[in-house]
Each structure stands twice: as C-alpha cells, then as structure tokens.
Design a protein around this ligand. Structure first.
Ligand code: DSN
Length: 430
C-alpha cells in the first residue's frame, strides 16, 4: 500500500490544497514583505537558493554529534553539508574552527557560557539598557540568573563605550568572561582594547558580532579576529542567511569545549535544513559580489542616519559604523512604541528600542532602531535610503504634532512606500 492510499496527496499536494489557512497566512506575509520597506535590524531577505535549502528534505533527517562521529546512521549527506558549512565559515571569517550547529545567537552565547564558566562565575557584558543583548548576562536571562554578571554601559555625552570604565569594572569584578557586542550599539567596537582589558584580568574575550557579521565578511568593518578568543554570530541579519547561529575561534582546545557545550551541553540534534541554509548563505558571502553588498549596507545606514540628523533627530553616537541606526526621540517628545506603530502603518516596520539612559519601560522606550540590511538586499541605494529617511521624518513629525490624528499621513506615506518597493521587487515581480 503506497502512502497515497493511506493519506491521499501526502507527497504530491501543496500547502494551498491541504491547508489553505496556513497557505493564506504565508501568502499574506509574502505580500507584506514585498510592499514594506523593512528596517528591522535583525531581518534580511534571503536568496531563492537559501530559501530552497531551508525548505529542503534535510528537515526529515535527525543526527546528533558532529560529522564523522554521529549517533545516528544515514548521515553521509548531512555530514557533507556540515563540513562545507564549517569550511566556508572558517574561510569567510579567517579562523581555524567553526561550530555551525547553534539554532540561534542566544544558543551560541549559552554554549560559550557553558563551555567556559561554572555556575556563579563572574562575567562582564554590556548592559541591555545600553545596547547589550539578553544573553550577555541580563538578570532575567539564564546568562544572568546562573552567573554573577556585571555590566558596562556607554557615556552619556556620546553614547559610546567608556573603555577606561570597562577596565575599572573588570579590575573590580575579575570576570572569567568578557562579552563585547550587542543588539543596539551602532559604533565599531575597539576589539584590541577589549582584549587588553581581558588579558589584564585573565578573562576570555567573547565578541558577539551578530549585527555586523555581514560587514566583517564583506570587508566593510574590522574583524574581531585576532583579538577575540571566541566569536559568536547569527546568520540572518547582515550576513543575509536563514535563521541560526555560528561560533568561531582559533584555539583548538577552547573550540573542543565549545563543541561539547553545543552538543550535548545545550542542544540535541542540529536543524539540518537550517545548516544547509547556513552553508548556502556562507557560500554567497564568499562571492565577490557580497563585498559590494556589505559596503552598500554601511553606506545606506550612514545615509539614513545623516538624513534623520539633518531633520533634527538625535542619532545615538552621532552616526553608525554598522547596519544599525538608533534614534533618540526624546527631543520630539515621542515614545518608541507609538512611533514604531505609526511607522508600521506607513509601511516602514522597525522596532521600538531603549536608548542609553532611557527612563521609559522596555515596552514603551524613547527610541527606534533601524537597520539597513534588508532594504539594501532588495536593491535600495543611498538615494532610496535618503528618501525613506525623509518619509520617516514626515511620519514622526506628524505624530509629534497630532498623536491621535496621524492616520491620513500614514496612509499617504504607505502609498508612496508601495510605489517605491514595487520598483525593487523581491522573489520575482508580481
Ligand atoms: N537579537 C535580536 C535583535 O537584535 O533584534 C534578535 O535577533
């Protein structure tokens, strides 16, 4: 009896036929992605090839362990995929070892903590409120609950890390691990300075380059190597891949501990379809065209920052060296939540974000975080980012003037946004 008798259409019918509700939601999401100017800094638009790898039959396969040393049989093809992903990650970032199994950036960071620390050990990371990430020791995250986390911030006058203050904190708290990097810190980080601080107290230096990894890959941002002992990243922001994480390093003994921390320490079976998608995105990032993409992401973010500043908006740190632009709305008297809702209704999704020394709750905030990676992928250049910056200002100025009556302006801007995005189609013209 074939599968078709037991469950007709199982291997042949598509989602629209078998589950119209889910198919409709996915179709609607494609329409949304086609129409809006996506400025959420942790998003991108993957290639058709990456999409194909992510949706491949590798989702049927389960293994545990690493290539050549699996706990399940039938691993020959996924071994080849994982070996390619490892080799490509090492070549792209110029390091000797890579673990490509983390399901996410948070799990990559968890594995580093698990590999290098005992519960209760001291760690030092950037405060969430200053632009750090949950997994860098936030009190409500595993990294802050199980470890003695201290935090450095940024200077009030320029929104930048005070490296002398980091050095003092490290002397006081004697961390075993120092984390550099964050989720909303636009300037470049002085990796050499962090390494000097780490060396002075005998700490390991972890650089989390999730937001600017694509720029490092494309030569548009300094590399954390050789300064970092270990580097984590996600694959789906400026690196332009499907969702997932990677851990990189040059120290064989340390990376062996990381491997054991990912499996069996933090995760079980890797997501093999995701692993193939990572390999595909790394392959794309190794091609010469990716360098032009990385340079454009940076130029576009800077064009957006400059446009907003020209119109009187405060951009934290006065610009950016990454895809991130962080806007402080306090001068306009706006809250981040209302501002992001208004921009979403105008077809420009972004996220509300705390700014340094914010007094609003995380669900409200006084800021907005923009990222240039996704719109750059669809072909936007500096001219389009200036135009989008002007539209953002139009919407936000309107909201500041009339907090409850901005609907007509939002709708008018969305019409212009649709006209703009229609000129830069994704996944084929409609
Ligand atoms: N780390 C989160 C962010 O920056 O939005 C998700 O990737």
């Amino acid at each position: 009896m074939g599968a078709d008798v037991l469950h007709p259409g199982y291997f042949t019918a598509g989602l629209a036929e078998t589950d119209p509700e889910i198919a409709a939601a996915i179709d609607d999401e494609l329409t949304r992605q086609r129409e809006v100017v996506e400025l959420i800094a942790s998003e991108n638009i993957v290639s058709r090839a990456v999409l194909e790898a992510q949706g491949s039959v590798l989702t049927n396969k389960t293994v545990e362990g690493y290539p050549g040393a699996r706990y399940h049989g039938g691993a020959v093809n996924v071994d080849a995929v994982e070996r390619l992903a490892i080799a490509r990650a090492g070549k792209l970032f110029g390091c000797r070892f890579a673990n490509v199994q983390p399901h996410s950036g948070s799990q990559a960071n968890q594995a580093v903590f698990q590999a290098l620390l005992q519960p209760g050990d001291a760690v030092l990371g950037m405060a969430l409120s200053a632009g750090g990430h949950l997994s860098h020791g936030a009190s409500f995250n595993m990294s802050g609950r199980h470890f003695a986390a201290s935090h450095y911030g940024v200077r009030r006058q320029d929104g930048r890390i005070d490296y002398d203050a980091v050095a003092r904190l490290a002397e006081e708290t004697r961390p075993k691990l120092i984390v550099a990097g964050g989720s909303s810190y636009p300037p470049a980080i002085d990796f050499a300075r962090f390494r000097a601080v780490a060396d002075a107290v005998g700490a390991t230096l972890l650089v989390d380059m999730a937001h600017f990894a694509g720029l490092v890959a494309g030569g548009a941002h300094p590399s954390p190597f050789p300064h970092a002992h270990v580097v984590t990243t996600t694959t789906y922001k400026s690196l332009r891949g499907a969702r997932g994480g990677i851990i990189l390093g040059d120290d064989e003994a340390l990376m062996k501990r990381i491997d054991a921390a990912i499996f069996p320490g933090v995760q079980g079976s890797p997501l093999l379809h995701g692993l193939a998608a990572k390999a595909a995105c790394l392959g794309e990032a190794l091609k010469p065209a990716f360098r032009a993409y990385a340079e454009a992401v940076l130029a576009n973010a800077r064009a957006l920052a400059a446009t907003l500043m020209d119109k009187g908006y405060d951009v934290v740190s006065g610009g950016t060296d990454t895809p991130i632009v962080l806007v402080d709305l306090r001068r306009q008297g706006l809250k981040g939540n209302a501002a992001s809702d208004s921009l979403e209704r105008a077809g420009i999704p972004c996220n509300k974000n705390a700014v340094p020394f914010d007094t609003e709750k995380p669900t409200v905030t006084s800021g907005l975080r923009f990222g240039s990676s996704a719109a750059t992928t669809r072909g936007f250049g500096v001219a389009e980012f200036r135009l989008v910056g002007a539209k953002i200002v139009q919407v936000l100025d309107g909201l500041a003037r009339d907090p409850t009556g901005n609907g007509a302006l939002e709708a008018a801007v969305f019409v212009e946004v649709r006209e703009l995005t229609a000129r830069f189609p994704i996944y084929g013209a409609v």
